[in-house]
Design a protein around this ligand. Structure first.
Ligand SMILES: [Zn+2]
Length: 406
């Protein structure tokens, strides 16, 4: 039977307190008056909560100088509320196939400390744990702030609620690995596991461009393609945290067998190896392309050349986006979502991926006839899953499912 839970006065007070802390953290500077406007709470309630948060060293005041103040304020100088530099922080870990990034970040999603480990193989599960713990201990020594929890964003598939990395393809034989319980035991801190693209979606929702968008799909392009779904302002995790595995949805039922058991999965078509093959095959027709001078062009090389209007790169990206769009149309039609946020690494400014995908979706999506399809570049470029590792814990703290400190 589903339980209904009532709220007593203490619960309401806690809820309001976390709502205020969330607004201060996610707006990176906000006044008491603005918080009152945004929450509908009385100025006195806001005043009391803020006083408490300041006394607990979670929040501090920052007086804006006249030139920082946009409005003509003839009275007192506006006082903004920001997170205190001694407020608790979160340890975020992002596990990729060849890189592990470990950070300390605060509740505003700001990275305070970072350490990266690159590898081409991992001997066993222990090697992965040793690296994560070494990184954690190094960062812990660099801060005097308390650490609330550890959040691991990882390539999938995972069982997120059980804290287990299942069997990521080509991940050095690491499988069925109960990473969360081991990290908790070694650090004494609560730990969580989240799919990397889901983490990216949450970063956009809490701190990024998706803040005011109730429903969107976040598409992350890295070694494979992952998606995170935000529905009704919350991350949709699915039953076991495996939602959004768009890379393993089929775009060709008669296609090749995928390691996941399915046939013709998107990952088998939309990948850098296929783009390189296309570039190699067509290079005699485009002798001027800068890609001809690069032996094995990376994703960044190709995307940067395409943004610089190189025809050969654009052809490769066009094909890539066609494959991605087929899979996206299935997802977006099923859920009736009109906003797509795309995250990937690039060093040049440009929106060729977004423009091509938008064009394709606008011609094929059922809702495109009566809704404006929006395809936006991630606020964090390729870093949303890393910021999202912090967001995953911050979201739990703001929604009172995890205490700020144990
Ligand atoms: Zn597959």
């Amino acid at each position: 039977m589903q339980k209904s839970t009532g709220s007593n006065n203490q619960d309401v007070k806690q809820k309001n307190r976390m709502l205020v802390l969330k607004l201060i953290a996610t707006n990176k500077g906000i006044s008491r008056v603005d918080i009152a406007k945004m929450t509908g709470l009385s100025k006195m309630t806001i005043g009391n909560i803020v006083t408490e948060l300041i006394e607990e060293n979670l929040v501090t005041e920052k007086i804006l100088s006249t030139n920082q103040c946009a409005s003509n304020n003839y009275g007192r100088k506006p006082i903004m509320l920001i997170l205190s530099p001694t407020s608790p922080c979160i340890c975020g870990m992002l596990i990729k196939r060849e890189l592990c990034q470990i950070i300390l970040g605060d509740l505003s999603g700001t990275i305070l400390e970072q350490i990266n480990y690159q590898y081409t193989t991992l001997e066993n599960n222990e090697a992965l744990i040793n690296m994560l713990i070494q990184g954690f201990n190094t960062l812990k020594e660099r801060t005097c702030r308390p650490i609330s929890a550890i959040s691991i964003a990882s390539l999938g598939p995972l069982n997120s609620p059980a804290g287990i990395i299942l069997n990521p393809p080509y991940f050095y034989g690491i499988e069925n690995f109960p990473i969360v319980s081991i990290i908790e035991e070694l650090t004494g801190l609560p730990a969580f596991l989240v799919n990397d693209a889901n983490a990216g979606a949450l970063a956009e929702k809490l701190y990024g461009i998706g803040k005011d968008i109730p429903n969107f799909t976040y598409l992350h392009i890295m070694n494979g393609i992952g998606a995170g779904l935000v529905l009704k302002d919350s991350l949709y995790n699915g039953d076991s945290g495996q939602s959004g595995e768009i890379g393993h949805t089929s775009i060709n039922f008669a296609g090749p067998q995928c390691a996941c058991g399915n046939k013709g999965c998107l990952d088998l078509y939309a990948n850098v190896d296929n783009m390189r093959r296309k570039i190699y095959d067509l290079s005699p027709f485009y002798p001027q392309s800068p890609l001809n001078k690069i032996k094995s062009p990376t994703w960044c090389d190709i995307i940067d050349c395409a943004n610089n209007k190189d025809t050969l790169a654009i052809i490769a990206i066009e094909e890539f986006c066609s494959y991605v769009s087929y899979a996206l149309i299935n997802t977006l039609n099923l859920l009736n979502i009109a906003t797509l946020i795309v995250g990937y690494d690039s060093s040049l400014k440009g929106f060729i991926i977004e423009d091509i995908i938008k064009n394709k979706l606008s011609h094929t999506l059922l809702s495109a006839d009566y809704e404006n399809i929006s395809v936006i570049h991630s606020q964090f470029n390729g870093n949303a899953p890393l910021i999202g590792s912090i967001a995953f814990v911050a979201d739990k703290i703001f929604s009172l499912t995890l205490p700020l400190l144990k």
